[in-house]
Design a protein around this ligand. Structure first.
Ligand SMILES: *Cc1c(COP(=O)(O)O)cnc(C)c1O
Length: 609
């Protein structure tokens, strides 16, 4: 959006101004007898000084932070927020304290410090999107126009199983826009960040208490990065014990794709563990593989409740088997919304887990925004947690010592405002909501994988595979038809192809849960019409979904069902209609032309075979 608003010319002007101010500072500092380490630069200078402490005292009085590289080297960086007035303060610190500070910025100044060979002459940002919206009115409308295409939480619930799309309360988010939080640099001196330090220490303590663990690292910026950090912690632990050969990581077939990917990144060998028909980890297969790889076993990665949405009663047995063979247990914390206050990774025998603060602990996500995936560990792993150069070690997993520290305020607010009882009832409501929906849908749909008492955890899987045979209806048809009903589809085809996984979270009230159930039950009736040959197998509301406004209001309507059925199949939709901006896109084309791949867990099984 920064590039959209400023466009190529605006960006270049911003850059030119930064380079000019930097050049002005450089000239002024050189004039005062200091040496610059580099002749050419853009926005950053390294200055040789007799003693950094003399300068440091002066700049800190001006409320400026510089980078103190060594006893005689100082780093200075300017950016687009630097003003001419700042230059007086900055240059003054290199002054002898008797002469007044003076410098020129000639209007027609040449940028003579950019390395000539690196100056760009080719065109860039030529797409119209970067050359159209350069006024605030146009920019506002452009952003709104994009927002209108989005079926988001401000329209209806998003029941993305495993992703925990809960409320991101305004009261939790508000502090992020407060000056004293959002203007902090991640490498600001410790004496300037006592507030952050307080929040970070308190939050670490709460997360340890919630997980039943002893130590915490707030460094990882996502769940997947947490997995990576946790696995490195396990690897470092084994290596410290002289067990350099412990590199085999057992991963159940139902695991999230990030699990095997993280294991491979951490230098481990993935061995897949089978599942039983009821979705539980196959204990016999686990025992066999743990024994087979006993000498090389690094550990196991499990998700609890499992990605099938059940509290596996065998979980303690699983963690015991792994420990018996010298392995460590990594618990994927994506499903913590079903654990907080009721149980804990520490209680079920895990040694390390990550927490998706952007799932369970109320940080917004879903647009690729910043996340936080801190890890918590048992005491024996504490000294193997990621460190940071600022703390004198080199095993960091992210650039900043506390990841995306500003968004920790959201999780801190969430935990503080709910308190221990509130957190526990949050989990209870999440489970209750899921079971309410399960109970309403059961009968019309097959629910896969329930616990031995016939209930689910905080999410459940609806089987859509039978409709392929009975009505030629695919999971995708149901997902797309839900858009006509004003709902974002649940998680599709994970962890089981041809199914949807519903996770309502505690944030939705009964009326919203009922609307979603009504939509799914109505879709079930539409499928029945096809099954009973009352509707056409090719031309029906499911196959043609979602229906755009253009299609529904066109002069021509050739379908065997009505326009009202297409766009307003239930009454509640007339009160809050979401119009999709496109109908189906060619998924296969997208699949074939994207470059990012996350291999399914099966691929590791095949590779092993
Ligand atoms: C979301 C999720 C992850 C990965 O978390 P990111 O923050 O998206 O990297 C890992 N495992 C499971 C089960 C998840 O649902």
């Amino acid at each position: 959006m920064y590039a959209v608003y400023h466009g190529p010319t605006g960006l270049k002007n911003i850059a030119k101004r930064i380079a000019l101010l930097t050049q002005t500072v450089a000239d002024a500092i050189e004039e005062r007898g200091f040496e610059l380490l580099a002749e050419n630069f853009f926005d950053s200078l390294t200055v040789k000084v007799p003693d950094i402490n003399v300068i440091r005292q002066k700049v800190e009085k001006q409320q400026i932070n510089l980078r103190y590289i060594s006893n005689d080297l100082i780093g200075i960086s300017l950016d687009e927020t630097t003003e001419v007035a700042d230059l007086f303060d900055l240059i003054n610190c290199f002054e002898n304290d008797t002469d007044p500070v003076a410098f020129d910025i000639p209007q027609d100044a040449e940028l003579n410090r950019l390395p000539a060979g690196l100056v760009r002459t080719s065109a860039y940002l030529t797409h119209p999107v970067f050359n159209t919206y350069h006024s605030e009115s146009q920019m506002m409308r452009y952003i709104k126009h994009l927002e209108n295409k989005d079926l988001s939480l401000n329209t209806s619930m998003i029941s993305l199983g495993s992703c925990t799309m809960k409320l991101n309360a305004a009261s939790e988010m508000m502090p992020l826009s407060w000056n004293h939080w959002f203007r902090m640099h991640p490498f600001a001196p410790a004496s300037q960040v006592e507030g952050y330090k307080f929040i970070i220490d308190e939050l670490s303590k709460y997360l340890c208490e919630i997980t039943g663990f002893d130590a915490c690292s707030l460094q990882p910026n996502s769940g997947a990065q947490g997995e990576y950090a946790g696995l490195l912690t396990i690897r470092n632990y084994h290596e410290a014990n002289g067990d350099h050969h412990r590199k085999v990581m057992l991963i159940p077939i139902s695991a999230h794709g990030t699990n095997p990917a993280s294991a491979v990144m951490a230098g481990m060998k993935v061995v897949v563990v089978k599942a039983l028909d009821n979705g539980y980890i196959d204990i016999e297969d686990l025992k066999m593989k743990a024994a087979q790889y006993s000498n090389e076993l690094a550990g196991i990665m499990i998700t609890y409740p499992s990605t099938y949405g059940v509290y596996e009663e065998t979980v303690k047995e699983i963690t015991e088997i792994i420990h018996l063979h010298g392995g460590q247990v990594y618990m994927d914390g994506a499903n913590m919304n079903a654990q907080v206050g009721l149980t804990a990774p520490g209680l079920i025998g895990a040694d390390v887990c990550h927490l998706n603060l952007h799932k369970t602990f109320a940080i917004p996500h879903g647009g690729g925004g910043p996340g936080m995936g801190p890890i918590c560990v048992k005491a024996h792993l504490a000294k193997h947690l990621p460190g940071h150069v600022t703390g004198g070690t080199s095993n960091a997993v992210s650039a900043a010592p506390f990841g995306s520290a500003s968004i920790l305020l959201i999780s801190y607010g969430y935990i503080r405002m709910l308190g221990p009882d509130g957190l526990k009832s949050t989990t209870e409501y999440a489970i209750l909501n899921a079971n309410y929906m399960r109970a309403r849908l059961q009968g019309a749909y097959d629910i896969l994988y329930l616990g031995t008492n016939g209930t689910c955890a905080h999410e459940f899987i609806v089987d859509l595979r039978p409709f392929k045979k009975s009505a030629e209806v695919e999971a995708e048809d149901v997902a797309k038809r839900l858009i006509d009903y004003g709902f974002h589809a649940p998680t599709m085809s994970f962890p089981v192809p041809g199914t949807i996984m519903i996770e309502p979270t505690e944030s939705e009230d009964k009326a919203e849960l009922d609307r979603f159930c009504d939509a799914l039950l109505s879709i079930r009736e539409e499928i029945k019409e096809i099954e009973e040959a009352r509707a056409d197998k090719k031309d029906n509301p499911l196959k043609n979904s979602p229906h755009t406004q253009l299609v529904v209001t066109a002069d021509e309507w050739k379908h065997s069902y009505t326009r009202q059925t297409a766009a307003f199949p239930l009454y509640y939709i007339t009160q809050n209609k979401f119009w999709p901006s496109v109908a189906r896109v060619n998924n296969t084309h997208g699949d074939r032309n994207l470059i990012c791949t996350c291999e399914p867990v099966e691929a590791y099984m095949e590779a092993e075979a």
